[in-house]
Design a protein around this ligand. Structure first.
Ligand code: CP
Length: 328
């Protein structure tokens, strides 16, 4: 299964009236829709110390989590987001699902559709799976991409944008450095497209040459092959995990010690970024490889805030695709 043409995928996710039906990619998503989702996510964030915000916007709806790849943050936050909106939430255990007996992905989807699962949250290692499913479901079903191969992770992109906006709202004056395994990272792609849509001043993709992007759709970013230049005077430094599960050819891929020495975001290296720079990481984090532990836990880190924002962003997306429909 191949990744869809980005323009086809962008139009597939909209209803005829331009409203959001599926969330497959941030590439090509309208700026106003992006801003509306971020604003709505802000409204779902409780003041520190308060209980989480709840609503009944999805009462009577069912959200199914179908994670065919491991996940902690995305799966848990979709689960909580659905419950906080009053939905029934089904977490399919893929290890005991009938896909293990050879059932096709579409037969699994049709089975859940027959049980009236309204929103299917899908993570899969193969490119093109979320759009393929979206093309084959009934009108009442929405598909949310929860991580698609190295292609796209749109709700991660939204939570990254929200976190940046909370600290640095003037996107046009920002220098953002995404550091690490860009080539194999769906997180980097979704963040890059979202930042581009919001008019980021400068986007730098910083990596060893063997981890630099190969696709032309990130041509708006500056490719940098050393960390010192890459994070100099940056306002935002986002470290990425090395996506070992997706690296087929190890030629040119540095070993762990070499990688940390040259591309690890360490306290010493971070001094070249702006003094008020924020440090991000999508998780799961490998301390001592892509980021020094003291940086991950340090005063510039917003990593736990990213996680908190993940629930609010997923509430905003769920409400947008399923909350406003007539109950059946
Ligand atoms: N950032 C992210 O997608 O984390 P999980 O793999 O834990 O969901």
């Amino acid at each position: 299964m191949n990744a869809e043409n980005p323009a086809d995928e962008a139009s597939l996710q909209l209803n005829a009236d331009g409203s959001l039906r599926h969330l497959l990619t941030l590439n090509g998503l309208d700026r106003q829709l992006l801003v509306d989702l971020l604003d709505r996510a802000e409204a779902f964030l409780a003041p520190e110390g308060d209980l989480p915000v709840r609503s009944n916007a999805l009462a009577g709806r069912t959200v199914g989590n179908l994670f065919f790849e491991p996940s902690t943050r995305t799966r848990a936050s979709f689960d909580l987001a659905g419950k906080r909106l009053g939905a029934d939430v089904l977490n399919l255990d893929v290890n005991t699902s009938s896909r293990k007996k050879g059932e096709s992905i579409l037969d699994t989807i049709y089975t859940l559709e027959a049980m009236h699962v309204d929103v299917m949250v899908v993570r899969d290692a193969s490119a093109g799976v979320p759009a393929f499913i979206a093309r084959n479901v009934k009108d009442f079903v929405s598909i949310l991409n929860a991580g698609e191969s190295d292609v796209s992770h749109p709700t991660q992109g939204l939570l990254d944008l929200l976190t940046i906006r909370q600290h640095k709202p003037d996107f046009g004056n920002l220098a953002v450095a995404i550091v690490g395994d860009i080539r194999h990272s769906r997180v980097a792609r979704s963040a890059a497209h979202g930042l581009h849509t919001l008019g980021v001043g400068e986007l730098r993709l910083v990596s060893p040459p063997a981890m630099a992007p190969e696709d032309g759709d990130l041509a708006f970013a500056r490719i940098v092959d050393n960390l010192e230049d890459g994070i100099r005077d940056a306002d935002v430094v986002m470290a990425l995990r090395i996506q070992r599960e997706r690296i087929g050819n190890l030629d040119g891929i540095p070993g762990i010690d070499e990688y940390f020495a040259n591309f690890g975001v360490s306290e010493a290296r971070l001094k070249t970024a702006r003094p008020d720079a924020i440090v991000m990481h999508p998780g799961p984090m490998n301390r001592g490889i892509e980021i020094e532990g003291s940086v991950a836990d340090g005063p510039q880190s917003v990593i736990t805030q990213q996680v908190t924002n993940g629930v609010a962003v997923r509430m905003a997306v769920l409400e947008r695709v399923a909350g406003s429909q007539e109950l059946t």
